[in-house]
Design a protein around this ligand. Structure first.
Ligand SMILES: Nc1nc2c(ncn2[C@@H]2O[C@H](COP(=O)(O)OP(=O)(O)OP(=O)(O)O)[C@@H](O)[C@H]2O)c(=O)[nH]1
Ligand SMILES: [Mg+2]
Ligand SMILES: [Mg+2]
Length: 298
């Protein structure tokens, strides 16, 4: 009797599991349409593991954008501060960015070596950075350009570059900062010759043809009494964004006995914030001061 019952339960269970399996198969077949195969056309764009992932953005045709929006020449501090505000937003909204560097119409964002954000898909990194940056540029425009309406929507191109070692990453950032220095020195003399000496752009270009750094410094000093080293750091060095612990003091209402109700007290707390620096990245000093950026766990 007992054996008969056990056999019956067994065959019932077997029948149920066959039905269940059929249903599941049918369900899966139904969920997959005949068009499903097009998924296979998607390319794998996973960034190589253990590499620094750098996303660099650059303003599209900003030569024209700067003209149309009356940017000051050679440097418009409103435009540079707006770029930095957008980059700060990118760092705060997205994940795993350990440092960013910007100058002119470009910003580079460095994702930590071991980031597994969106399974390290390059297209996700690039498009999320570019779209967050571009929407922030429009969103915050009025805060920096109070009297200058935004005349058309700006665009930013993006690229992803992988750097396999700390040295190559440091060299990449040094390259961008050296570019900032070379362009800024040239532009400072170029516009001084036009704005202060009345040369035409073609004449200014001719005057600077073949000149070396020392020559440009000399022209600035002897003709315009400008010591290039005293020009603002933001123009000469660009902007570095890093995470830093900042002590914040806020006045806060505290719970006290009824007779003291509503009293406020200063409360200090430490938060990690994105901080903008206009410092040198090429020498060792910066990396010694901020060892956590290249630390192994990154
Ligand atoms: N007047 C002024 N112009 C700026 C400033 N920052 C950037 N620009 C302009 O933006 C340009 C940026 O250079 P590029 O990125 O090489 O060139 P682009 O015109 O943006 O062209 P693509 O990047 O190739 O699309 C500079 O050459 C300037 O004309 C600024 O502070 N003041
Ligand atoms: Mg550009
Ligand atoms: Mg550029």
């Amino acid at each position: 009797m007992w054996a008969f019952r056990t056999a019956r339960i067994g065959s019932l269970l077997a029948a149920t599991s066959v039905i269940l399996r059929r249903c599941l198969r049918l369900g899966v077949a139904m969920a997959k349409s005949k068009f499903e195969y097009v998924r296979n056309f998607e390319v794998q764009d996973t960034c190589l593991p253990h590499c620094w992932v750098v996303v660099r953005l650059d303003g599209r045709n900003f030569h024209r954008f700067a003209e149309e929006h009356n940017f000051a020449k050679p440097n418009d501090s409103r435009a540079l501060h707006l770029m930095t505000k957008c980059a700060q937003t990118v760092m705060e909204e997205l994940e795993d960015i350990v440092i960013a560097y910007g100058q002119s119409d470009e910003y580079s964002f460095v994702f930590r070596k071991k980031s597994n954000w969106f399974k390290r898909r390059a297209s996700k990194f690039m498009t999320l950075v570019a779209s967050q940056f571009a929407s922030s540029y429009v969103f915050y425009w009025r805060d920096y350009f109070e009297d200058q309406p935004l005349r058309y929507p700006p665009g930013f191109d993006g690229r992803v570059v992988l750097y396999p070692s700390n040295q190559t990453l440091k060299d990449y950032l040094s390259w961008r900062q050296a570019d900032c220095h070379i362009n800024n020195l040239y532009n400072t003399v170029f516009w001084a010759l036009i704005q202060q000496s009345g040369l035409t752009p073609v004449q200014a270009q001719q005057r600077l043809k073949g000149t070396l750094t020392a020559d440009k410094n000399e022209i600035l000093f002897s003709e315009f009494h400008i010591n290039y080293n005293n020009e603002p750091h933001m123009y000469r060095k660009g902007t570095v964004l890093v995470w830093q612990k900042v002590e914040e003091v806020r006045t806060q209402e505290v719970r006290l006995p009824a007779e003291m109700e509503g009293e406020k007290k200063a409360v200090a707390r430490t938060r990690t914030r994105v901080v903008a620096l206009n410092c040198d990245l090429i020498g060792d000093a910066f990396w010694k001061e901020h060892p956590e950026i290249l630390a192994e766990e990154n």
